[in-house]
Structures are given as C-alpha cells and as structure tokens.
Design a protein around this ligand. Structure first.
Ligand code: TPP
Ligand code: MG
Length: 687
C-alpha cells in the first residue's frame, strides 16, 4: 500500500489529502474535488497545529469542534478522518477499536454502505460533528456549539478545573456566505462575543454557475467587520505558516469571533481545471487526474496512495496533541469528581442525554376548568417546572417570548449574554432559521435546547428543523399561534399547511396537545426523548381543561391517539370524532350533543400522528375500529393526509383556503368549526 516518496512530510500529507479526494471522486464518477484540493493545506494546518481533538476518542466532551459547512467538500473530511485514524463510536457512545473511515470506505465514496457518503452525515460516520450540505446551516450550527461551550464553561469550570474551554471551527465557502442563515448567525455570534468561534472562509470566488462576479460582489470582510467580528485575511491557502499564524491570532482573540478569510484556488494544481466552476462538482476525468498528479510531483498512476510516513505524521500532530489534551482532561475529571461530585454527575448525565432524577417532580396537574388556559401558557408553566430541575434545559424565542411564553422566570434563570454566560434565557433575535440551527448546535453539544416562534414562521426555519430530524437530535421546536385561532392578525399569521408539512418530515414528532394536561404529558414525552426532535404546537387562545374524571387520562398522549370519551357499554360506537389541539374541546362539545340526542359517539384525541402510527395494529384498531366507517376529523389546518385516519367514507372538517382577519368566533363560524357543524357532519355519516 505505502510507497516511499521523498519530500517535506507536511507537503506529502497535504498532497495525500488532495489525491485521495481526487481518486475517490474519479472512481465514484461523482463528487466535488475542487475545494478539497484548494483547502487541504488550511484544514491540515488547523488539525495538525491547533485542533484539540483525539482520534482515539472523537466524542471527548472538551474536544475542539470542526464543522465542514461546505458539506459538498466531504472528501476533505473523509480524508482527514481516515488519515488521522479517527476511531468509530457506536450509538451507545462506546469507542470501538475500528477506524471511523477505512481506505475501503474512501474507495467506495458515495456508494451504499460506505462510511463516506456524498455529504457529511452526523451519526453515520464518527468524527462528523454535524450533518452539512444545505449551505449556511453548518456555520449557523457552529454558533450553537460555541454558545454551548461558553455556557458549559460558566456552569462547570471551577478554580483549577477548566472542564470546558473548547474552540469551534467551521469551514465555509462562497455559498455559505451568500445564504441568509449565515448572516443571521454571524450577527448573533458577534453580539454574543463568541471568542471561541472561528469561521474559515474559503474565498475561491467560484460557485456552480461561474465566477462570483455574476452574483456576489459585496465586500465580505467589511461585512464581518460591521457585524463586529475579528477579521483576519490570508492571501494564499498554500501558505501554511500564514494560516498557522492566523489561527494563532484567532486563539489569542478573547472578545470577538474570528472570521478567517482565505484566498484560495478551487481545483488547485489541476492544469485544466484550477479556478474554474468545472472543478467544483465534476470528477477531473482520467487524463486530468494524471496531469494533476504530475503537477503535484505524485506518481501519476498511483491511486488511493498513502505514502509511508503520512499516518505517522498525523499521529505526531493532531494525534499526539489530542491524546495529551484528552488524558489531561480525564485526569482533571477524576479530581473534579472528588471535589464536585454533583457537578460531575451532571456532566455524565449530559453526555448520556439523561435528565436528573426527579426532573418531573414539579410538573403541575391542571384542575378541570371550562374556561381553560391557552396551551402556550400551560406549556410555559410546565417548561418552567421542568427547567428548575434540569439545569441544562435552556433556550428562548426569536423575539417572541412574551407571545410564545417560553421565558424561564424562576429565580436565577437569567439571560445568556456576553456578560452573563450562566443565563438560560436566550434572545435569538428575529432569526428563525438561525434559531433552529443554533439550537441544533447546542443539542449536538448535548445541552437540551428549545427555541420558539409562531407556527406560521416555521417555514423560515424549516431547513434547520429538517437537519435536526436527519441528525436524530432532540431539538425542541416550539410553535405557538397554531391556526386561524390567531384571529385578527389574519391570513399572514394563520398557519394552514404547516402541520401537514411538518408531519411529512421523517423523524420529526409533531405534538399538538389538546388541553393543559396533554401539554404536561407532551413535555414528559419530550424529556424522555434522546434522539428525537419534536415540534410542539400550541394555541394562542384558551382551551378548556378537561375533567379527567369524566374523560380518559391525558397520559394517553404517549400513544399518539387515545379514546377520550366513548359510547356507553355495549358494542362499537356509531361515529368517531377525532380532534387535535384546540379542536379537542370542540369535538367533546359535539360529542355531548350527540349523546344527548341518543347516539353512540366516540371521541379520539390525536395529539400526534407519528406516535400513533408507531403503536401496534391491535392498539390502533382498538382506537379506530375498522368496522366503524363513520369518522369525522376536525382540525383547523390543511386537510391533507387526514384520509388515512377517516378512511374513504369519513369526513374532514379543515381548512381549504387561507384564513381571514376577524375575531376568532367569527372565523370559527365562517370556516365551520362549530359544534353544530361537527354534529351535522357526524349525523350525516351515521347509517
Ligand atoms: C442551501 C443550498 N443551496 C444550494 C445548494 C447546492 N450547491 C451545492 S454547492 C453549491 C455552490 C457552492 O459554492 P461555494 O460555496 O463557493 O463552494 P465551492 O464551489 O467553492 O466549493 C451549490 C449552489 C446547497 N448545497 N445548499
Ligand atoms: Mg466558492
């Protein structure tokens, strides 16, 4: 395998990174060689001379993080993980002896089963800190990691015990810089003075359609200066000493995040492709591969070559530094455990994604109340009850906390700011997409973050919500003002298709609790989830708190749907009314009217499709007996998808248009969300 090549060992290592990328992409006949070729020296210098990352334990809590925001350049990361001999970790967080990425994985880049997929996939390949590819999201996620680093340091560091002082690095391209989410996140990172954060900007001035002159002519460095970043420019990506020096400057900066702008050449070294858009996303082609290897002084026929000494070079650099840093930390932790057993216990629980004992002790039970309480309000109360017991449950809103009721109000909750890193209330600003991505970054650092906004604006955050689902991380997305129930604000603020679109997302659990006690159960589910993001959907308007001595207990929520009220003994119901969220109270009202009319209705509260779909068939059939075809679902939202629960002969009372600006009562009448209309529809179905 190995071959003796002469030359500077760092230069050999850098060319190995470049040629592994070139060969893997050529063999796969797909991929993005240009940026691995251009940025290999930068990433190599970062890892070799600065990154505190132990390949033998890639989940060590105080490791520096490296996020490849330019996810299309994945071969750069695969080469690094392979050459640094990073070890695999299993889902139980155990480090395995085997490599995270083998040469064989690189040879099967982009093929089914390879640990080297097209873009970095968190969970799939150890050493990947975040799933990236949707441009801009990686850098925004890195802001959440840096925030988490500051918060963890404040809570857990003690004199002589710097348990958390890690740095976060993200590599971004022109595309990341153009995306709005990066601007949102950069603005907040500067406001928060995240000096532990460095973004490396690969300024190669090329994107897919051509030179950036066609669409991107702003002064990016000036923009970051304007945000309040420390801006450092490196004129040549191949100048490893200049890169080293710039990274040192980033490290020495204690007030601001650092924006390290590196001028580079996409496809560096390829005689025919350098500085062209073709280098971005096409294999070089067999002839150009050879020509490029010749230009590098590399054997032109060698493929997937790792010359003798290259693994060793990585081991002496990132390997040795990472090992000694981790070992020192482990020693520190042993002392910390003795001195601060409670804090050490918290740290271990955080790593295992386990809440503290007694986390649910303060959750209130809500007494029956016909007037009721808005689910945003009951959620705020439950959240505060849990957060008092779970110090690392923290978050905020995109400038809507007074409306979303997510503020933590108990003594000492505080506001997270540059001058108070212990605060647990976050002001994300009016930046929904970044709010979700930053929360993802906090969750990837094992905190338990929530963020909130109006359901209508979940669209703005959708890219990052999707990544939380793809990564299987338990980010808590809270959305209030869930329907036309918003009333006077009108159609711009009334979600219609949002529930359907969130339910369409694999891996995201959508919870729309129907009263205050279902809200409490929703939070119990959320806190038990370790790998599952949720969208918690809450009302602005009051919802009656059901009398659970008359109706079934709210604990049925954990099964997604449950029989809330049923026909008297003696056989199947003659109609099933299904409601979610604010419509549960409505169907209960209709139920009482049908009972008074001598009929045998059943009410099913269905706060979560996803949880219900997971139940065994037996349970699902018990809730929705196949013989009962008369079914009415009521939801103030798009009807899309409800046919699977009501069947071909059922009915759905839902929204088929946008809403309107008017008081809620008038809207309910206009759009048919009245007990009379539910009763009439139900009666029409009963044969
Ligand atoms: C949000 C998003 N939009 C579009 C794409 C498709 N895309 C992938 S790479 C790319 C161009 C990126 O240019 P740049 O960041 O400069 O990377 P370089 O070509 O320099 O490697 C585009 C448009 C994407 N991955 N994500
Ligand atoms: Mg570019």
């Amino acid at each position: 395998m190995g071959a003796v090549l002469q030359g500077d060992p760092d230069a050999l290592a850098i060319t190995t990174i470049r040629t592994l990328a070139i060969d893997a992409i050529q063999k796969a006949e797909s991929g993005h060689p240009g940026t691995p070729m251009g940025m290999a020296p930068v990433v190599y210098t970062l890892w070799q001379r600065h990154l505190r990352f132990d390949p033998d334990d890639p989940i060590w809590p105080n490791r520096d993080r490296f996020v490849l925001s330019a996810g299309h350049a994945s071969m750069l990361l695969w080469s690094m993980l392979h050459l640094a001999r990073v070890k695999a970790v299993n889902p139980a967080y155990e480090v395995l002896g085997e490599p995270a990425v083998t040469l064989r994985d690189i040879e099967t880049f982009r093929q089914l089963g390879s640990k080297c997929p097209g873009h970095p996939e968190y969970r799939w390949t150890s050493g990947v800190e975040a799933t990236t590819g949707p441009l801009g999201n990686g850098v925004a996620t890195s802001v959440g990691m840096a925030i988490a680093g500051k918060w963890l340091g404040e809570r857990y560091n003690r004199d002589g015990f710097p348990m958390f002082d890690f740095d976060v690095y993200a590599l971004a391209g022109d595309g990341c810089m153009m995306e709005g989410i990066a601007s949102e996140a950069a603005s907040l990172a500067a406001h928060q003075r995240l000096s532990n954060l460095t973004w490396i900007y690969d300024s190669n001035r090329i994107t897919i359609e051509g030179h950036t002159d066609i669409a991107f002519t702003e002064d990016v460095a000036a923009r970051f200066l304007g945000y309040g970043w420390n801006v450092v420019v490196v004129a040549d990506a191949n100048d490893t000493d200049a890169i080293d020096h710039a990274l040192g400057e980033a490290k020495a900066e204690h007030e601001r995040p650092t924006f390290l702008m590196v001028h580079s050449h996409i496809g560096y070294g390829s005689p025919g492709r350098e500085d062209t858009p073709a280098a971005h996303g096409e294999p070089l082609g067999p002839d150009e591969v050879k020509a490029t290897k010749r230009a590098y002084g590399w054997p032109e026929d060698a493929e997937f070559l790792v010359p003798d000494g290259v693994y060793g070079r990585f081991a002496e650099g990132v390997g040795a530094r990472g090992k000694s840093a981790r070992e020192a930390w482990m020693g520190l932790f042993a002392g910390y455990r003795d001195a601060y057993p409670d804090l050490a216990d918290e740290l271990l629980r955080i790593q295992r994604r386990e809440p503290p004992d007694g986390w649910d002790e303060l959750i209130p039970a809500f007494p029956p109340d016909a007037k009721g309480i808005a689910s945003r309000d009951s959620s705020g109360r439950v959240l505060n009850a849990i957060a008092q017991k779970v110090p690392w449950l923290l978050g905020g809103a995109a400038d809507l906390a007074p409306s979303t009721k997510t503020r933590l109000t108990f003594e000492g909750a505080g506001d997270f700011q540059a001058d108070d890193r212990s605060g647990r209330n976050f002001h994300f600003g009016i930046r929904e997409h970044a709010s979700a991505a930053i929360s993802n970054g906090m969750s990837l650092t094992k905190l338990r973050p929530f963020w909130s906004g109006f359901l209508i604006f979940s669209d703005y955050a959708r890219g990052a919500i999707r990544l939380s689902a793809l990564m299987e991380i338990p980010t808590i997305h809270i959305f209030t003002h869930d329907s036309i129930g918003v009333g006077e604000d009108g159609p711009t603020h009334q979600p219609i298709e949002h529930l359907a679109s969130l339910r369409a997302m694999p891996g995201l659990t959508v919870l729309r609790p129907g009263d205050a006690n279902e809200v409490a159960e929703a939070w119990r589910f959320i806190m038990r989830s370790q790998h599952e993001p949720v969208a918690l959907i809450l009302s602005r308007q009051a919802l009656p708190t059901l009398d659970r001595t008359l109706y079934a207990p709210a604990s049925g929520l954990e099964r997604g749907a449950y029989v809330l009220a049923d026909a008297a003994e003696g056989g199947d119901p003659d109609v099933i009314l299904i409601g979610t969220g604010s419509e549960v109270g409505l169907v209960v009202d209709a139920y009482e009217r049908l009972v008074a009319d001598g009929l045998r209705p059943r009410v099913v509260s269905m706060p979560s499709w996803e949880l219900f779909d997971r139940q065994p068939l037996e349970y699902r059939d018990a809730v929705l007996p196949p013989v009962v075809l008369a079914r009415v679902a009521v939801e103030q939202a798009s009807t899309l998808g409800w046919d699977r629960y009501v069947g071909p002969s059922g009915a759905v009372i839902g929204m088929h248009t946008f809403g309107a600006s008017a008081p809620l009562k008038e809207l309910q009448t206009k759009f048919g969300f009245t007990p009379e209309s539910v009763v009439e529809t139900a009666k029409g179905l009963i044969r």
